[in-house]
Design a binder for this molecule. Structure first.
Ligand code: IPM
Ligand code: MN
Length: 350
């Protein structure tokens, strides 16, 4: 019996989570696994009402779960930064979900904006470090509010933090067993402390993986290759900030935010799966948002629980729908409502 914590969150989060849970139930029936869910109401709405974010007692409770399923957190009425730090980053950090795994996979060539690229050309995974770097929140103001103000924002990289991320990426690349190529995406030519550590550690760990071909690309060049030659990539490993940026571009070349899912992974603890697109407030309650990213997140969650066959089956059902039914992957243009898309996936799953 799996225990799954569900955080529907804000905006369209609850709508897409609802479809994801329908698919989870169908997969449970088909593959014979049992689970129970509990809903946690962390959200901008709750914050506005009660001032509450994620607390230590919440973290302690969540540690008892096998996985967390998150819709989206974000509310235009809350000042930027509060929910991000108080909910999403709080969960990632407190649960030490040190990997952010973001597959970039094109399911149907109609949906990439890149001319002449086929599904076989856009199929890679970004392993984003998820616990350090610029996200650590270290820094200070000096002479705040004066003409001589200085704002310092530190990128914090520990050998242990970098190494565990790199090891995960090498292992993931080996297990994925596609092209067995791991690209380090950094900025060794300018950020000479952080990327020196990353590069040295990468080269050292690489010695233990003679079966993996290694490569390096600067982050600016990486964005160029995503558009020009995405087929060069298999697995990419990078830091928190660069990973954040390149995976939005990754989402666009795979068909947009409607299809992009990710996992915040603690390989020894509780992991959290989410569509990466945000709360899309303007589409809230209209039954027009694309739930496929949230459904793909369910697929990743199942794989992470060890229900590999079920996870694969969810992904295959999504691929089928995307290539045979969907007119577009964008909200309001799919040719179906949010709940109809969920139903189509379930039909296909059966
Ligand atoms: C993401 C988001 C978050 C991030 C924000 C909402 C804090 O953009 O998951 O990529 O920067 O990591
Ligand atoms: Mn982001």
């Amino acid at each position: 019996m799996y225990k799954i914590a569900v955080i529907p969150g804000d905006g369209t989060g609850p709508e897409v989570v609802n479809e994801g849970l329908k698919v989870l139930a169908a997969a449970g029936e088909k593959f014979g696994f049992k689970y129970e869910t509990k809903t946690f109401d962390f959200s901008g709405q709750r914050y506005l009402k009660t001032g509450k974010l994620v607390e230590e007692s919440d973290i302690a409770e969540l540690k008892e779960y096998n996985a967390i399923y998150l819709g989206a957190v974000g509310n235009p009425d809350v000042k930027p930064g509060i929910l991000e730090t108080g909910v999403l980053l709080k969960l990632r950090f407190a649960l030490d979900q040190y990997i952010n795994l973001r597959p970039v996979k094109l399911y149907d060539e109609r949906f990439t904006p890149i001319k002449d690229k086929k599904p076989r050309d856009i199929d890679f995974v970004v392993v984003r470090e998820n616990s350090e770097g610029l996200y650590k929140g270290m820094g200070e103001f000096q002479n705040k509010g004066t003409k001589d103000e200085v704002a310092i924002q530190i990128s914090y990289n520990t050998r242990k933090g970098v190494e565990r991320c790199l090891r995960y990426a090498f292992e993931y690349c080996r297990a994925r067993n596609r092209r067995k190529k791991l690209t380090l995406c950094g900025k060794t030519n300018v950020l000479t402390y952080a990327w020196d550590l990353w590069e040295r550690t990468f080269n050292e760990v690489a010695k233990e993986y003679p079966d993996i071909t290694t490569d390096y690309a600067h982050v600016d060049a990486t964005t160029m290759w995503f558009v020009k030659n995405p087929e060069w990539f298999d697995v990419i490993v990078t830091d928190n900030m660069f990973g954040d940026i390149i995976t939005d571009l990754g989402a666009m070349i795979q068909g947009g935010m409607g299809i992009a899912a990710g996992g915040n992974i603690n390989p020894q603890g509780v992991s959290m799966f989410e569509p990466i697109g945000g709360s899309a407030p303007k589409y809230t309650g209209k039954n027009v948002i694309n739930p496929l990213a949230a459904i793909c997140a369910v697929g990743m969650l199942l794989e992470n629980l060890g229900e590999r066959e079920a996870g694969k089956c969810v992904e295959n059902a999504v691929i089928e729908i995307v290539s045979t039914k969907m007119k577009s992957l964008a909200a309001g243009k799919m040719g179906y409502s949010t709940s109809e898309v969920g139903d189509l996936v379930i039909e296909n799953l059966k």
